[in-house]
Write a protein that binds this ligand. Structure first.
Ligand SMILES: Cc1ncc(COP(=O)(O)O)c(C=O)c1O
Length: 391
């Protein structure tokens, strides 16, 4: 077969690391194609389908011919609906013009980095954390700086870390609550302290709230309630169950939204039109009822899996309160979580994500378990892990 020579890749590609879990997932799929049953605890998206009222609205949009571009910042009605959601959930009055609708929250993170980070600017990021963020910083030609977070501070950056890590080149701190991979949250007081420290240094705080709605302990808040409102990232992917529709948003000061809008006109043109029409149904009472039931199911799964894994010897020094992840200290069981995950898949048919995918802070002694699977499957998974460890 004719195979043309590949052109040299841009140097920046040397910074972009793949997701190791993708290799595991490919192996798991291959095993399944050979007839083996694999229990999935690695998948970072809800196992539930998109709620029916959202699907119906999407299909109606297609039937009604809503297949043309929208404004780059999103349908005005959707921006208003998102602002209304903050009012209804948190009593916050957000100007809809501060809402920028994007292709997934990934689009929002890319735009935020591109419009705010200059060449060489440092961005502080928790490690472990969502691995794509450091790549977005790199693509904006900034420098990601890892803050090694600890279980003592719920795997979230402490004010001391931010203050000590800050220098003249620092521009931004980005945090996520609940966090991927740890499922841990920042308290309102911690968020305020981080914001004060960043604002006092003329920096920008970016808060990723993409797992908002999936918190199983304590009262939820939005960082938009802070007096000095940070930039907030959110998405229809996780709580609303719309990962494949590719729709998210950012809430930012008007000048930043204007810049993101200008850039989005050039990069994306607009978020998906049918997806935006579908998302208008995401805030309806019918959808809310479905999502509340799913949240209960996630809470039940978390309680089950946390207890079961602890009995097997995994440790959770910081209680995971949200998202759909448990970040286990596996040090008592293995000193190489990557090899453990590979063998667990090959020999026991259970897929999990080793710490390696989330940074360089003790990855070899951590494993992320996702409870994006039914209780029955999770039970089977736990039994298999127990037998594998006992060998
Ligand atoms: C913390 C966090 N932020 C952002 C994203 C990006 O999600 P999406 O682009 O689907 O909104 C993810 C996806 O897993 C995530 O875990």
């Amino acid at each position: 077969m004719n195979r043309p020579a590949s052109p040299r890749l841009a140097r920046r590609m040397s910074y972009i690391r793949p997701f190791h879990v993708m290799d595991l997932l490919a192996r798991a799929r291959h095993m399944e194609s050979q007839g083996r049953c694999v229990i999935h605890m690695e998948v970072g998206e809800p196992d539930f389908p998109t709620p029916q009222p959202i699907v119906d609205a999407g299909m109606a949009a297609l039937r009604d011919g809503h297949t043309h571009y929208t404004p780059a910042a999103g349908l005005p009605r959707l921006r208003e609906a998102i602002a209304g959601h903050y009012h209804q959930r948190f009593g916050l009055d957000i100007d809809p013009n501060r809402v920028m609708v994007t292709p997934g929250s990934s689009g929002a993170i890319q735009l935020v980095m591109d419009v705010l980070v200059d060449v060489g600017d440092k961005v502080l990021l928790p490690d472990p954390g969502y691995p794509c963020n450091r790549h977005f910083v790199r693509l904006a030609e900034g420098t990601p700086v890892a803050l090694d977070v600890t279980a003592e501070n719920a795997y979230q950056p402490s004010v001391e870390q931010v203050v000590n890590g800050w220098d003249d080149a620092c521009r931004m701190l980005m945090v996520a609550t609940p966090s991927n991979p740890t499922g841990t949250c920042l308290s309102q007081a911690q968020m305020r302290q981080l914001s004060d420290a960043v604002v006092a240094r003329d920096g920008v705080l970016v808060v990723d709230e993409i797992y908002q709605g999936l918190v199983y302990a304590g009262e939820e808040f939005s960082a938009l309630a802070l007096a000095e409102s940070p930039i907030v990232i959110n998405s229809f992917s996780k709580f609303f169950g719309m990962t494949g529709w590719r729709l998210g948003w950012a809430v930012a000061p008007l000048e930043v939204v204007e810049a993101m809008d200008r850039l989005a006109q050039n990069i994306f043109l607009a978020p998906s039109t049918p997806a935006q029409h579908a998302a208008l149904a995401a805030f309806s009472p019918e959808t809310a009822e479905i999502l509340a039931q799913r949240r209960e199911a996630f809470a039940e799964r978390r309680d089950f899996l946390l207890e079961a894994l602890q009995q097997l010897g995994f440790r959770f020094p910081a209680r995971p309160a949200g998202a759909f992840y448990l970040y286990a200290d596996s040090g008592a069981i293995t000193d190489d979580s990557f090899a453990f995950a590979q063998r667990l898949l090959d020999e026991a048919g259970v897929a999990v994500t080793p710490g390696l995918d989330f940074g360089d802070n003790q990855p070899q002694r951590h494993i992320r378990f996702a409870y994006t699977n039914t209780i029955e499957k999770l039970e089977q998974g736990v039994e298999r892990i127990a037998r594998f460890i006992a060998r």
